[in-house]
Design a protein around this ligand. Structure first.
Ligand SMILES: *[C@@H]1O[C@H](CO)[C@@H](O)[C@H](O)[C@H]1NC(C)=O
Length: 308
């Protein structure tokens, strides 16, 4: 089993569709090209990729067959072409973006769809003549099986790069890390050409997502902080006769935010410790079972094999 040490996902660079949605009315979604800026972002993404690589690495690129993804891949490869690194490229139709239903309607028609989707729920809403995010999930599941078959080859490269789309990447991560539908719907889209880094842990061989993905609830939190600031200011003004400076208000808020962050960090650490303890215990129990039982039924046999 040669699982790559890194799995990197990247969303394509700025496309003409990102800049002006109306192009989707007459250009098929899979043929929408990058803008000038998008091409530059792809080259820059290559420079960032370079910073993740070691000399001994080799890369397996999987790209969505959509033009904007393929052009992004071209930019990335151009950028690292002087590195003399071994790589191979696969085009993977299951990595295409959620299908928005052939040629898109007018701005008003699409607006109606987005409103309906928000009401129905982003994950399950199926775009007329297109797909839901849940449909994308099923494609990710089948693609994951293919990936694992590839990982079973000893010669699999040390870095896997997936060049793809905003929704696809979020669905893939949701599936991989077994996030809830609720969490998926809370995720904001990732910026064009931003890398999402999954790193394999040396001892557990599991992957950890190192990139922070912005969420809508976090945005609400920031807005709440801005409101907190305003309220604090007003309270100060009301309660003190000396005028308060913005600096003083910021100090109070900073102290509050810092205390809250420390509290959160502490509870995350405690939770991680419990999770690890539970995992270790479970593994220990399973192993004991494998040694003591005669593992006479197939299912048990498989479990034991997978454990070792
Ligand atoms: C991917 O497939 C492998 C092999 O079947 C499985 O063990 C793993 O749990 C799957 N991962 C996800 C996120 O579905």
């Amino acid at each position: 089993m040669a699982r790559p040490r890194l799995i990197l996902l990247v969303r394509h660079g700025e496309s003409q569709g990102n800049k002006d949605k109306s192009v989707n009315r007459y250009i098929p979604n899979h043929k929408v090209p990058l803008t000038e800026k998008g091409h530059q972002q792809a080259l820059d993404a290559g420079d960032v990729l370079r910073s993740y690589l070691k000399e001994t690495d080799s890369i397996c690129f999987y790209t969505s067959p959509y033009l904007r993804a393929k052009q992004t891949l071209d930019g990335i490869i151009d950028s690292i072409s002087d590195m003399n690194i071994d790589y191979k490229v696969y085009e993977e139709p299951r990595m295409r973006e959620q299908d928005f239903g052939n040629f898109q309607g007018t701005a008003e028609e699409m607006e109606q769809i987005w409103i309906e989707r928000a009401q129905y729920g982003h994950f399950f809403y199926r775009i007329p003549h297109g797909e839901s995010a849940a449909d994308v999930y099923d494609r990710c599941a089948s693609f994951n099986e293919t990936l694992f078959r590839q990982f079973s080859k000893e010669s699999f490269p040390t870095v896997l790069v997936l060049v793809t789309h905003g929704i696809w990447a979020r669905v893939f991560l949701t599936k991989w890390f077994r996030w809830t539908v609720g969490h998926f719907e809370d995720l904001q889209n990732v910026p064009n050409c931003e890398w999402m880094v999954m790193e394999k842990s040396e001892d557990t061989h599991r992957y950890q997502l190192l990139t922070h993905l912005s969420t809508w609830s976090e945005l609400e939190e920031i807005k709440r902080n801005a409101k907190l600031k305003k309220d604090t200011c007003e309270e100060f003004r009301f309660n003190t006769h000396v005028p308060v400076t913005e600096d003083e208000v910021n100090q109070v808020i900073d102290a509050e935010v810092k205390a809250k962050a420390e509290q959160i960090e502490k509870s995350v650490k405690i939770k991680q410790m419990y999770d690890k303890m539970n995992q270790d215990k479970k593994r220990h129990m399973e192993l004991n079972r494998c040694h003591t039982d005669d593992a006479d039924d197939d299912h048990d046999d498989d479990t034991c094999k997978n454990m070792v």
